[in-house]
Structures are given as C-alpha cells and as structure tokens.
Write a protein that binds this ligand. Structure first.
Ligand code: SF4
Length: 401
C-alpha cells in the first residue's frame, strides 16, 4: 500500500466508533479498560493501576522498561503488540528557549509539539502560555531560598495535516492526511516532559498544533480524560485549552463532556461572514451566528473567559472598521482577544500588517472595552510559531505517496 493509502486507511479505521479495550492502543487505555485487559489475561486487578501509573505517571512507553511488572507479563504485553506510539525524530531549539520536537508516528506520519517558556516580563496574556492562565491558585509554592520555577506551555498536535484549509496556515494548505489516536496525542505530553529543563514544569497544555482538535473529537476527548486522570498526569482541566476554528457542534460537546472546565480558544480571525468565508472555508458550514450561539452557551466557570485568536493579515482583516465590527460581534461574550501578526508561510502570498497598524487595531478594541493583547511571537526561528506547525515537506511527500 502507498504511504498515502496507508495513512488514509489508518485515519478511517483508527479514530472513531466504540472499541473494546483490546482494540484501544495501550497508551490510550483508561484504568478501567486496563482492568478488563488484565482480567482477560488472568492477571491480578492491581496490575491495571500499576501499568497505567507507569505510562501516565512515569512516562514509560515501552513495556520492556516497566521493571516493576513480572517478566512474563512484560513479555505478554510486548506479544500483544504494545509499542511506543511515538518516537522523537528531531529536536529544534529557538533562541528564546522554545523547543520544537518532531515526533515520528506509525504509518510514516510526523507531527510536532512545542515547549514554550512563559516569559516573566511579558504582559500576562501576551503569550501562548497564558491561554489557560486566568487563575493562579495552582502555582506550586516556592520557598524563599529557591529560584522560582519556570512555567512551560506545551502545544500539541491532533492531526497529521488539517482539513480546514485556513489560508494563512501551513497545515491547512497541506490538507489532512490522518487524525492522531489519543495514544499519539498523550505521547506528545509524556515525551515532551522529558525535555523540561531543571526548574521548569509543565503548566499549561494547548491543543493548538497541527490539526483541528474538534474535527477529531473522540480522540481529543479521550486524550483529555487521560491527561487529567488523577492516577496519571493529573493535570487540571483548566490548565488545558482546546483551540478550534469554530466547529460549533464540537464546542457544544466539549462544554457538555467537561462541564466547561476545559479552556476554549476560538480562531476567529474575522468579524463578519464575508471576510471569514474568504480565509476560513469551514465558516461556510458553521457561520458566525451558529458559532457565537455555541460560545454563548458554553458553560464557562466564573472568572474564566474564552480566548479569541485573531491573526492580522495585511489588507484582509486588519482595518480599524473591522476592529469596530469585531467589537460589535463579540458584544456580550466573556472573551479576551489575542492579536497575532500573521507568520509568513511559504504556501501563501499573504503577510502581516505593519506594527503601527497592529497597534491601531488593538487600541480600537481596548478603547471599546475589550481585553486585548498582542501575542508575542515565539520560536519563529524554528518555524514553531502559530500557523507554521506543518512539516510541509513531510506532508507533501506523504500526499504524493
Ligand atoms: S489554523 Fe488550525 S484549523 Fe485552520 S488549517 Fe491551520 S491547523 Fe487547521
């Protein structure tokens, strides 16, 4: 089978529908599913928790390294096909401390995840790391003698390529090859933790890498359940932000399934349907009225806000009139706006407005009473900034098959 065919087949077969525990990748199994597997193997029930904690607590992705298991059980897990869902291909480090990991997955897919230091000097909302950062009460206490710990935000991918086709985005220009399984999404977190430096800790997680997480809802939701599980990584749901281009049905499901505790970021990028249709094709299916209705109904906890991502593209969506239209569009919603000057991508002639134009847009919004920040560009020199998370060479090769 060609690489393209194999990838497409995995995308068809691997991501949806009810599956028995055996059919779920071991790294994506919840403790109760491990219990069913252990029972079928005639193993003691406590082994289920032991394996889950080894994977999600200690980040062990190969059964051969689970040395607290008996040798015969390790062998049975290997025999059953338990292998690591991802391996590190390359690591790139930007001057600002951003680290991009290129991970190799099954079937020739490669995705990126990015570790982003949260800058102490930046405005609190001025970088990606602040997306899930409204409340500060989960910061671990420091003693006076210790250096402060550095907060890291991890940006993960959910698909290899993306079907949404946003015109300013490298992943969108390449198209969708396949969705990632929950095991492959969680593996990005488990592997990225190994790249934390001394005194760094993983503070926030954003589903903002390659792909549209709500176009791939089941695996995204399972990954969130695994990452927030108290016996595993135990990350608070409000430290997690799912970024979507505005799939209203998925927003409704996410709100219901996680009681609104998971943060939401909307890639809005335009104040009206006519402009949005031009740059975000999915807007024709979910027009602004439906998206805004889903946002109004999202069960946001008190003191939390939805993040509105707005990439400024020169001559397309960056005029003061459009800023005023955006004020009207967002009226009545609990939101904060992140403005991002477009990152140039090879597949597009579009570009960023001049800094003065960005500032003009920002001041219209803040004068109108909106909380608004210009997002710092992080990791530009390793193509790790927003809309650049596409291994365009890999995608093109896989597409050619
Ligand atoms: S911006 Fe997001 S949704 Fe749009 S094409 Fe890129 S990855 Fe897909």
């Amino acid at each position: 089978m060609s690489a393209k065919g194999e990838l497409a087949a995995r995308a068809e077969g691997g991501v949806t529908g009810a599956r028995g525990p055996d059919a779920i990748h071991p790294v994506a199994r919840l403790p109760e599913e491990w219990q069913a597997v252990m029972a079928a193997l005639g193993e003691r029930p406590y082994r289920a928790g032991q394996i889950f904690r080894a994977i999600h607590g200690r980040g062990v992705l190969e059964p051969g390294q689970m040395t607290d298991l008996s040798a015969p059980l390790r062998a049975r897990l290997i025999e059953a096909g338990f292998t690591a869902p991802a391996r590190v291909g390359d690591v790139h480090r930007a001057a600002d401390g951003t680290r991009k990991l290129v991970l190799e997955l099954g079937g020739g897919a490669r995705v990126e995840c990015v570790l982003i230091p949260m800058t102490g000097s930046a405005e609190p909302d001025a970088d990606l790391g602040a997306l899930a950062d409204d409340d500060d009460d989960e910061v671990e206490p420091e003693t006076e003698t210790e250096e402060p710990r550095k907060r890291i935000t991890l940006c993960v991918s959910t698909q290899f390529g993306c079907a949404m086709g946003c015109v300013f985005c490298a992943s969108g220009q390449a198209g969708l090859l396949r969705g990632l399984g929950a095991a492959e999404i969680v593996a990005q977190v488990l592997i990225a933790r190994q790249y934390l430096e001394p005194r760094e800790y993983l503070r926030n997680l954003v589903f903002m890498g390659m792909g549209e997480p709500l176009h791939h809802y089941e695996e995204t939701a399972r990954a969130i359940r695994l990452i927030t599980h108290p016996e595993g990584l135990n990350m608070g749901p409000r430290r997690i932000t799912v970024s979507t281009v505005g799939l209203a049905a998925g927003i409704r499901r996410l709100g219901e399934d996680f009681d609104g505790k998971v943060g939401l970021a909307i890639s809005l990028h335009a104040p009206d349907d006519a402009t949005r249709d031009r740059i975000i094709p999915i807007n024709r299916r979910y027009p602004l009225s439906e998206l805004l209705d889903a946002l109004r109904r999202y069960p946001l906890p008190r003191r939390r806000r939805i993040t509105i991502e707005y990439t400024l593209i020169e001559g397309v969506n960056d005029s003061p009139e459009q800023a005023r239209a955006l004020l009207r569009t967002l009226r009545g919603l609990r939101v904060k706006v992140n403005l991002i000057a477009m990152n140039r991508i090879a597949a597009s002639k579009l570009g960023a407005p001049a800094p003065a134009r960005v500032e003009q847009f920002r001041s219209v919004l803040t004068d109108g009473g909106l909380s608004c920040f210009v997002r710092a560009r992080r990791g530009d020199d390793v193509s790790a900034a927003c809309g650049q998370l596409a291994l365009s060479g890999d995608l093109a090769r896989a597409r050619r098959g």
